[in-house]
Design a protein around this ligand. Structure first.
Ligand code: HEC
Length: 145
């Protein structure tokens, strides 16, 4: 197991060095400075929300974790985030990743509520990783100008 982990980590290191050598191949998105600030503020809150969700899951507070996910990242957060204003600046594939993230967060919220009854932490964590998968996917492809 230890050997496998070392192997995987070494592989990741080589991959990231190779990637860095190629320079920044992410697509640069242009949007007005105020919108960039707004988007970055949303992003920092997303990260904060993920951290809160993990803390709540660790404490077995599944319903509270569900609320954070739904209200801060899920479909219920779209209006508060001004998503429709920002979407116009994003290529379709980027918008789709954003939508997939909001949907995954709402799905996590339901699964976390269910876990409140079943105590199935493994399933809840799996659903949470579906959310962070979209963070990773979008960050790999896009940056702000
Ligand atoms: C639809 C695309 C997209 C999704 C989905 C997305 N992000 Fe981002 N995020 C961005 C872009 C673009 C930037 C700016 C990166 C840059 O310019 O280098 C960013 C920047 C950030 C930053 C830095 C903010 C700052 O102050 O500079 C954080 C933190 C962040 N994202 C967290 C998250 C988390 C956590 C998630 C998932 C819950 C997430 N993001 C999902 C596109 C996305």
């Amino acid at each position: 197991m230890q050997k496998l982990l070392t192997f995987v980590l070494a592989g990741l290191l080589v991959a990231s060095i190779a990637f860095a050598a190629e320079g920044d191949s992410r697509v640069a998105i242009e949007m007005p400075a105020m919108m960039q600030d707004h988007m970055r503020a949303n992003m920092r809150d997303h990260l904060l929300a993920i951290n809160e969700i993990q803390t709540l899951l660790a404490a077995g507070q599944y319903d509270a974790a569900a609320d954070v996910a739904e209200n801060r990242i899920g479909m219920s957060s779209l209006v508060a985030h001004g998503a429709s204003h920002m979407a116009g600046f994003m290529p379709q594939a980027m918008q789709d990743t954003g939508t997939a993230m909001h949907q995954a967060a709402s799905r996590f919220a339901v699964i976390s509520q269910e876990a409140g009854v079943t105590r199935d932490l493994t399933r809840a964590l799996g659903a949470l990783s579906q959310v962070t998968q979209q963070c990773v996917a979008c960050h790999a492809g896009y940056r702000l100008k």
